[in-house]
Design a protein around this ligand. Structure first.
Ligand SMILES: *Cc1c(COP(=O)(O)O)cnc(C)c1O
Length: 503
C-alpha cells in the first residue's frame, strides 16, 4: 500500500471511529457530556432537602423501565446519561437527604462530592506508589489526618476500603496472620487446613459483616464464641471467663457502636483482659460509626482504651459524609497486614524500595478507586472544627428525639440513647389484644410511605422495633421536627386502625 492510500484508509477508519464515538472529544463535546450529569446532579442536590425521601418502586416497575436489549447503535454520552436518569428516577431513594434516618447512611458534603468527581476524571489507580504517587501520598495523608481526628496513635497504618465490611475483613486478616504465626504457621501461605483452630471471641451483637469476614477468611462464621451482652454491650464477667478458658492465642472482636442501639462495649476493660491473656490476644474493634464519638468531648469517653486495640474498622461513607463507597481500616502493626496481603510479581516492579507505600499490601484489592481524594477534600474543607460540629449536632439531634420519644404517649424507648442511634417502638394500644410486631411493621410502613422522613426497622429484645440514625452532616432541628411529625402521624394511624378493629 502506498503511503497516501494508507493514510486514506486510516482517515476512513477515523470517520467510522468518530461515528462510534471513539475519537478524542473536542472541548465542546466533553463539556456537553459532563454538563448533562452536572445539570442532573445540581437539580437533585438543590431540591434534596425539600424532596420526598423515599420511593417505593417495585421490582416490576423497575425491570419494566429497564426492559431494553443491549443497543447495537450508540448515542451521544449526554443522551445516555439523561436517559438513565429518567428511567431510574422512581427508584432513586433520597438517602443523602437530611430527613433520611434509615440504616446508617450519611450524605455527601460539597467538597467530598467535588473530590469524588475529580477522582473519576483523573482516573488514578492507588494500588502502588508507582501507579500514582499523587494518589498514594493523598491516601497516606488522609489516613494520618483521620488518625489525628480520632485520637488514634499516629504510628498506626491504615488504608481505604469499600466499607466497614472490607475494613473488618482487612483488620481480621491481619489478626489471623498474627494468630497463625503465634501458633507456628503462616495462614496466608500455608492456609488453615490441618492446623490448630484459631479462637475468636465477640459478643452476641457482633455485626453481620464481621461474621462474613470470618467466613471469607476461612476461620468460619461459627468459629466465634458469642458472649451474651447486656443492653447491647458485652458482659465482661462472661467474657473474662471465656477468655481464661481459651488455650491458644485469641482474636477478640469488640463493638464501638452496636448497630441497633449504638451501644459500646467497654473497650478499655476488654483491652485489659486481652493484654492479660497468657497466649496473647488481638483486639479488633468494629467502630463503623462509633469512632466518630472521639470528635465530641462529651462522648469520647465511650472510646476509652481504643488506642490499645490492634486494629480498628470504620466507615467514611457514614458519618464522614463522603460518597459511597468508603471504609477505613487502621492497624497498629502493619507487618501483619503486609504478610497477609503483600506479594510480589515481576510486572509490578514496585522498585523494591521498602520506603514506597503500596496500598495493595494493606487491603484485599490491587486496583481500586481513588477514595482518598474525596476524604482529603472534605477534611480540608470542613476541618476539625466543621466535623466536630457535625458530630455534636448529630448527637444533640438524637438526644432531643430520644427525650421526645420518652415523653410521647404510645412510644417506648427500647434502649438508652448512647450516641446517635435510637431504638424505639410503638406501644400496642392494648397489650392483650394487639400484636406489637404487626403494629410496628405498620407504623414503619406508614412513616416510610409518608416521604417526610425515613426510618428502618429491626428487632430488639425479642420485639419488633424502629431505628433512627443521626449521622447526616445537614440534619438540623427542623428535620428532627419532620421526623417527630411522621412518627406521631403513624401513631394516629395505628390508633385509628386498632379502634376500627375493636368496633
Ligand atoms: C455499617 C456497619 C458495618 C458494615 O459497613 P459497610 O460499610 O456497609 O460495609 C459494620 N459494622 C457496623 C457497626 C456498621 O454500622
Amino acid at each position: 500500500m502506498s503511503e497516501s492510500s494508507a493514510r486514506e484508509a486510516a482517515d476512513a477508519t477515523s470517520d467510522s471511529e468518530k461515528a462510534l464515538g471513539l475519537d478524542w472529544p473536542t472541548t465542546e463535546e466533553w463539556k456537553t457530556a459532563l454538563d448533562s450529569a452536572y445539570a442532573l446532579a445540581l437539580d437533585y442536590l438543590t431540591t434534596l432537602p425539600a424532596s420526598t425521601v423515599s420511593h417505593h418502586a417495585s421490582p416490576e416497575t423497575m425491570s419494566e423501565r429497564f426492559n431494553l436489549r443491549l443497543p447495537d447503535t450508540g448515542c451521544a454520552p449526554a443522551e445516555a446519561v439523561c436517559e438513565w436518569f429518567s428511567r431510574a428516577e422512581p427508584g432513586i431513594v433520597r438517602t443523602p437527604s437530611p430527613r433520611y434516618f434509615g440504616f446508617v447512611t450519611g450524605g455527601v458534603t460539597p467538597a467530598a462530592l467535588a473530590g469524588d468527581w475529580l477522582a473519576s476524571a483523573i482516573d488514578q489507580n492507588p494500588a502502588t506508589w508507582l501507579l500514582s504517587p499523587a494518589a498514594a501520598q493523598t491516601e497516606l495523608t488522609a489516613i494520618r489526618w483521620l488518625l489525628d481526628l480520632f485520637g488514634l496513635p499516629l504510628s498506626w497504618s491504615g488504608a481505604f476500603t469499600t466499607g466497614a465490611t472490607m475494613a473488618n475483613l482487612s483488620g481480621l486478616a491481619a489478626a489471623r496472620q498474627w494468630a497463625s504465626e503465634r501458633l507456628g504457621f503462616d495462614a496466608s501461605t500455608d492456609g488453615l487446613g490441618g492446623r490448630p483452630a484459631i479462637a475468636v471471641l465477640g459478643s452476641t451483637e457482633v455485626h453481620q459483616s464481621a461474621l462474613k469476614a470470618l467466613g471469607l477468611l476461612g476461620l468460619g462464621r461459627d468459629s466465634i464464641t458469642l458472649i451474651p451482652s447486656r443492653n447491647g454491650a458485652i458482659d465482661l464477667d462472661l467474657f473474662a471467663a471465656q477468655l481464661s478458658r481459651t488455650e491458644g492465642p485469641a482474636i477478640v472482636i469488640a463493638n464501638a457502636g452496636e448497630v441497633n442501639t449504638g451501644a459500646f462495649d467497654d473497650i478499655r476493660a476488654v483491652a485489659e483482659l486481652c493484654a492479660g491473656h497468657q497466649k496473647g490476644a488481638w483486639l479488633h474493634v468494629d467502630a463503623a460509626f462509633g469512632l466518630y464519638a472521639a470528635l465530641a468531648p462529651s462522648h469520647s469517653y465511650l472510646l476509652e482504651g481504643i488506642d490499645l486495640a490492634d486494629s480498628v474498622a470504620s466507615d467514611a461513607h457514614k458519618w464522614l459524609n463522603v460518597p459511597y463507597d468508603c471504609g477505613i481500616v487502621f492497624v497498629r502493626d502493619s507487618r501483619y497486614s503486609r504478610r497477609a496481603f503483600g506479594g510480589s510479581a515481576a510486572y509490578l516492579s514496585t522498585t523494591g524500595d521498602p520506603q514506597l507505600w503500596n496500598a495493595f499490601e494493606h487491603v484485599p484489592e490491587f486496583s481500586r478507586r481513588f477514595r482518598a481524594l474525596s476524604v482529603w477534600c472534605s477534611l480540608r474543607s470542613l476541618g476539625r472544627n466543621g466535623y466536630r460540629s457535625v458530630v455534636e449536632r448529630s448527637i444533640r439531634n438524637a438526644h432531643e428525639f430520644a427525650t421526645w420519644v420518652e415523653q410521647y404517649p404510645g412510644l417506648e424507648l427500647m434502649a438508652p440513647a448512647t450516641l446517635n442511634i435510637l431504638c424505639f417502638r410503638f406501644l400496642p394500644p392494648d397489650s392483650k389484644t394487639s400484636d406489637g410486631d404487626l403494629i410496628n411493621a405498620r407504623g414503619i410502613e406508614h412513616i416510610q410511605r409518608s416521604g417526610t422522613a425515613y426510618v428502618s426497622g429491626t428487632r430488639w429484645d425479642g420485639k419488633a422495633a424502629i431505628r433512627a440514625a443521626f449521622d447526616n452532616w445537614a440534619t438540623h432541628s427542623r428535620d428532627v421536627d419532620a421526623l417527630k411529625l411522621a412518627v406521631s402521624s403513624a401513631l394516629r394511624d395505628i390508633a385509628q386502625v386498632s379502634h376500627g378493629e375493636k368496633a
